[in-house]
Design a protein around this ligand. Structure first.
Ligand code: F3S
Length: 756
C-alpha cells in the first residue's frame, strides 16, 4: 500500500472540532478552502480569524511531493537537517529528466543512461530517509499523486507548480520551492499568506464535444494568467458534481495557469468512485464519516457573493470546446470563432503535431474519449493528417489503456508515438525533428502551458491547448480550425463524413491494472543506507554547512552589483540549460545574477572587480572577492527576487560570499529564502539612498552586533573620493530568524537542535 490510511484517519479525527473552532473564530459559515486551511493550522485549534490576502499563517501540511529536477537541492538540504527520517509522508517522482524522441522504451532507456547518477542519488536518499520513490517511467508526479496519495480534505505541498492537480480529489495542494519542502520534511511549520477566495459556480452539465478541460480554458480566458494570484479557487454547484474526479483534476491542474495558489472541489460521488477504483475504499469509508466537513457549508454555496472575494458562474449547458493560445494559455477562443481569429492573426492553420497526455489530461477517461474519435474516423475511412504523440501520466493508466485497446486505437495513426510515462514534450524534453530550423508552425496539445519555446525550443511554434478529444479531432483533420460540431471531412471514397461525438469511460469497467507500477518503498530503517555522490560529479554536490556568523560587524565589503530595475529569480538564477546543475551548488552558481542589469553600465553580467579595476562576469568577480576574503553585498531595486520560489537564487549568493542583499523592496518568498540561508535581506529606510551607492564603495556595517527584531541597521558607504554616506536599513527578521542568521542558516539551527 502506498498511501497512509492511519495518517489520513488522524487528519479526519481532528476535523469536527477544528472546523467548529474555525467557524467560531471566523464568525460565519465556511468555504471548503477555509475548512481545510483552518484544520491544518500549525497552532492547532483556531483562536483567531486570519485576514485573507494579508495575514501570514503557519500551516502543517500532511504530505510533500517532489519531482526529480527540484528534489535534488531539496534533498541535499534535507540531508543537512540531521533528521533520521522525514516528518511527514513524502515522495519523489522521476519524470522531468526523460526526453521524448522515438518512443517509450528507447527513450526511457536513454533517459536512465543519461541521468543514472541523479536517479541513483534520489533513490538512495529516499531509501534512507523514509521517502517513497517513483522510478523513471512510473509516471508524472501529479497523475501518480492523484492515483495514490491525494485525499479529500488533505493539505499537501509539492515542489512543482502543478501540484495543484490534487484539488481534483478535494485537497488544498500547493506548489512551492524546495526550501519549503525541506521545512515541512524537517518538521517545521510552513508559512503562507492567507489566500483570498474565488468561487466558481458551475451550472448545467457537459455534453457532446465539451469536456472538463473547456471549463478551465474558459476560466483562463475570464481571469487571465494573473487573475487567480494569491487566491484559492473553489468550484461548486450541480455542474461540479457532474464532473469526474480526473476531470476535476484537469481543472485544478490548470489553475496554475491563472496564477491561483490552488483550486479545489468538495467531496462527492465522483471522488468516491475514483478512490474506490484506485484501491482506496478505506479512504472513502473514513471520509464518509465526516463528509459534511469535506465540502463548503450549504449557506456559502447558496449565497456565494457573501463569502467569496469574487464569484464567477459558468453554465456548462452552453459551454463550447475551446482552443487557447498561441504563446499564452489565457487567449481563449471557442472553436466556432477560431478560423476567423487565426486568419486575422496569421496563425498557421495546418497542424503538424498533436499531443495528448501530460499531468493535465492523461486519465483513463481522457484516453478513452480521444480514442473513440480516432476509431470513428478510421471506421468512416478518414486518413489522419497530423503526427500524433501520447505521453501517458502513469504506468497504471498506460497499462490499463493498453489492455483495453485505446493505445492500439492511437497506433492506427501510422505516425503515432507512444512516449514514456513522463513529462517529455510538456517541459521541452522533446527532440522534435526539424525544430532547430525555427520554422513558423502550429501544434496542438492537451497540456497546460504553451509559452514560446516550451515544447520544442522553437520560438515560432504556435502551441494551442485543447481537450484530448479536440486534439484527436484536429489531428485527424490536420487543421486547427476544424470544428467537429459543424464541419465535415472527406474520406478515402471522396464522401463527406461527420465525426461522432466522443464517447468514453470515466473509469475502466474491468478496473485498473498494472504490472510493475514503478514504486520503490523506502527501507524501514534506512540508517545504514549509504548515499554516494562522486566528488568529481558535475551534476551533484553534497552541501557543506554555511559558516555561522562570527558576531562581528561586517566590514570592508564591496558592492558586487547594483542591479537596475527588474531582478527576478530568473535574473538571479537562470533556468534553461542550467537546469542540469540543480543538484550542484558550485556549478549552478556560475549563473548567479548573470541576467541582472548592472546599474553602473546598464549591461548584464559585466561588473567591476575592485581588486584589479577590470570588468568581469558576476560569478567570476564574486569568486575573486571570496578568494581574497572580501565580503560582498548586492544592491537591488523594487520587488527584488520576484518570480519563483527557487532557493538557488538565495543559496548561490550565499555560496559565493555575498553577505547582504540591500534593496528597495523584496518579493516576500525570496526574502524568506535569504533568511533561511543565513543571509541579510535589508531594505532602504529611504529608497532614494539607492542612488547614493557608488561602484567603488567600501561598505561597513556599524551596528550588526546589535541585530534585533524591529531595530534598523546602519551601513557606512565610503566613496572613492573620500566622502561617505550613512544609510539606514530596515529588516523584517524576528528572533528566530536572527537565530538562523547567527547559526549560518535555518538548517544549521535545525541540525544543532536535532543533535541535542
Ligand atoms: Fe510535467 Fe508538464 Fe506536468 S512538465 S509535471 S507534465 S506540467
Amino acid at each position: 500500500m502506498t498511501f497512509d490510511i492511519d495518517m489520513i484517519k488522524k487528519v479526519y479525527e481532528r476535523y469536527p472540532s477544528r472546523v467548529e473552532a474555525a467557524r467560531k473564530a471566523v464568525g460565519k459559515p465556511l468555504t471548503l478552502a477555509e475548512k481545510i486551511l483552518y484544520t491544518h493550522l500549525w497552532e492547532g485549534d483556531a483562536t483567531q480569524s486570519f485576514e485573507r490576502g494579508n495575514s501570514y499563517v503557519d500551516f502543517a501540511p500532511d504530505r510533500v511531493a517532489m519531482q526529480d529536477a527540484t528534489a535534488q537541492m531539496a534533498l541535499l538540504q534535507f540531508m543537512q537537517a540531521g533528521k533520521p527520517k522525514v516528518a511527514v509522508p513524502s515522495t519523489v517522482h522521476a519524470d522531468h529528466l526523460i526526453q521524448a524522441r522515438v518512443g517509450a522504451e528507447a527513450d526511457l532507456q536513454e533517459g536512465i543512461n543519461k541521468n543514472s547518477e541523479v536517479f541513483n542519488f534520489l533513490s538512495s536518499v529516499c531509501d534512507k530517509y523514509g521517502i517513497g520513490f517513483w522510478k523513471p517511467g512510473a509516471g508524472i508526479i501529479h497523475q501518480v499523486v492523484l492515483e495514490n496519495y491525494a485525499f479529500p480534505g488533505g493539505m499537501m505541498i509539492g515542489t512543482d507548480s502543478h501540484t495543484v492537480n490534487a484539488g481534483g480529489l478535494g485537497m488544498v495542494a500547493i506548489g512551492v520551492g524546495g526550501a519549503d519542502a525541506v521545512d515541512v520534511m524537517a518538521g517545521m511549520p510552513w508559512e503562507l499568506k492567507m489566500p483570498k477566495l474565488i468561487g466558481i459556480k458551475l451550472t448545467g452539465k457537459l455534453s457532446g464535444w465539451t469536456s472538463a478541460k473547456d471549463i478551465i480554458l474558459k476560466v483562463a480566458g475570464i481571469l487571465t494568467v494573473k487573475g487567480g494570484t494569491g487566491c484559492i479557487v473553489e468550484y461548486f454547484g450541480e455542474g461540479a458534481q457532474s464532473l469526474s474526479a480526473t476531470g476535476k483534476g484537469t481543472i485544478c491542474n490548470m489553475g496554475a495557469e491563472i496564477g491561483a495558489t490552488t483550486s479545489t472541489f468538495g467531496y462527492d460521488d465522483s471522488m468516491r468512485r475514483y478512490l474506490s477504483a484506485t484501491g482506496r475504499k478505506d479512504i472513502v469509508d473514513a471520509a464518509d464519516q465526516i463528509a459534511d466537513h469535506l465540502t463548503g457549508d450549504a449557506e456559502v454555496y447558496a449565497n456565494p457573493e457573501q463569502y467569496f472575494d469574487q464569484v464567477i458562474e459558468i453554465n456548462l449547458d452552453v459551454l463550447s470546446p475551446h482552443l487557447n493560445g498561441p504563446f499564452t494559455p489565457d487567449l481563449a477562443t471557442p472553436v466556432a470563432d477560431f478560423h476567423e481569429k487565426a486568419v486575422a492573426n496569421g496563425w498557421p492553420i495546418e497542424v503538424e503535431w498533436a499531443l495528448i497526455g501530460s499531468c493535465t489530461n492523461s486519465s483513463y477517461e481522457d484516453l478513452s474519449r480521444a480514442a473513440s474519435i480516432v476509431e470513428d474516423a478510421f471506421a468512416k475511412g478518414v486518413k489522419p493528417r497530423a503526427i500524433l504523440g501520447i505521453n501517458p501520466g502513469s504506468e497504471q493508466v498506460k497499462f490499463t489503456a493498453e489492455r483495453d485497446g485505446f493505445l492500439d486505437s492511437f497506433r492506427k495513426f501510422e505516425s503515432a508515438r507512444i512516449f514514456t510515462n513522463a513529462c517529455g514534450p510538456c517541459i521541452g524534453q522533446w527532440d522534435r525533428e526539424g525544430s532547430e530550423k525555427g520554422e513558423k508552425n502550429s501544434i496542438i496539445h492537451s497540456f497546460n502551458r504553451n509559452f514560446a519555446k516550451r515544447a520544442d525550443g522553437n520560438p515560432n511554434t504556435h502551441a494551442f491547448v485543447a481537450s484530448p478529444e479536440m486534439v484527436a479531432a484536429v489531428a485527424i483533420a490536420g487543421r486547427l480550425d476544424f470544428n467537429p460540431i459543424t464541419d465535415t471531412l472527406t474520406n478515402a471514397a471522396g464522401e463527406q463524413i461527420k465525426l461522432d461525438e466522443p464517447k468514453g469511460f470515466e473509469l475502466p469497467a474491468k478496473g485498473f491494472d498494472v504490472g510493475d507500477n514503478g514504486y520503490q518503498a523506502p527501507s524501514d530503517d534506512g540508517s545504514s543506507v549509504q548515499i554516494a555522490v562522486s566528488p568529481d560529479s558535475g551534476r551533484l554536490q553534497l552541501l557543506t554547512p554555511f559558516e555561522p556568523w562570527d558576531g562581528e560587524n561586517i566590514s570592508g565589503a564591496k558592492v558586487l552589483i547594483k542591479a537596475f530595475g527588474k531582478c527576478t529569480t530568473d535574473h538571479i538564477s537562470m533556468a534553461g540549460p542550467w537546469l542540469k546543475y540543480r543538484g550542484h551548488l558550485d556549478n549552478i552558481s556560475n549563473n548567479m545574477l548573470i541576467g541582472a542589469i548592472n546599474a553602473y553600465n546598464m549591461e548584464t553580467n559585466t561588473v567591476k572587480n575592485a581588486l584589479n579595476g577590470t570588468y568581469g562576469e558576476v560569478p567570476a568577480v564574486a569568486r575573486a572577492y571570496k578568494a581574497a576574503g572580501i565580503p560582498t553585498i548586492v544592491v537591488g531595486d523594487q520587488n527584488y527576487g520576484e518570480g519563483s520560489s527557487r532557493e538557488h537564487a538565495a543559496m548561490e549568493p550565499r555560496h559565493l560570499g555575498v553577505k547582504a542583499v540591500l534593496v528597495k523592496s523584496f518579493a516576500r518568498i525570496h526574502e524568506t529564502n535569504l533568511k533561511k540561508q543565513g543571509m541579510l535581506g535589508l531594505t532602504f529606510a529611504n529608497e532614494a539612498d539607492y542612488d547614493k551607492i557608488q561602484e567603488d564603495d567600501t561598505v561597513n556595517f556599524l551596528d550588526l552586533d546589535q541585530f534585533a527584531p524591529g531595530k534598523t541597521l546602519t551601513l557606512e558607504f565610503l566613496h572613492a573620493d573620500g566622502s561617505k554616506d550613512l544609510i539606514v536599513t530596515n529588516h523584517t527578521y524576528n528572533a528566530q530568524q536572527i537565530d538562523w542568521f547567527r547559526a549560518g542558516s535555518a538548517l544549521n539551527l535545525i541540525a544543532a537542535e536535532a543533535a541535542r
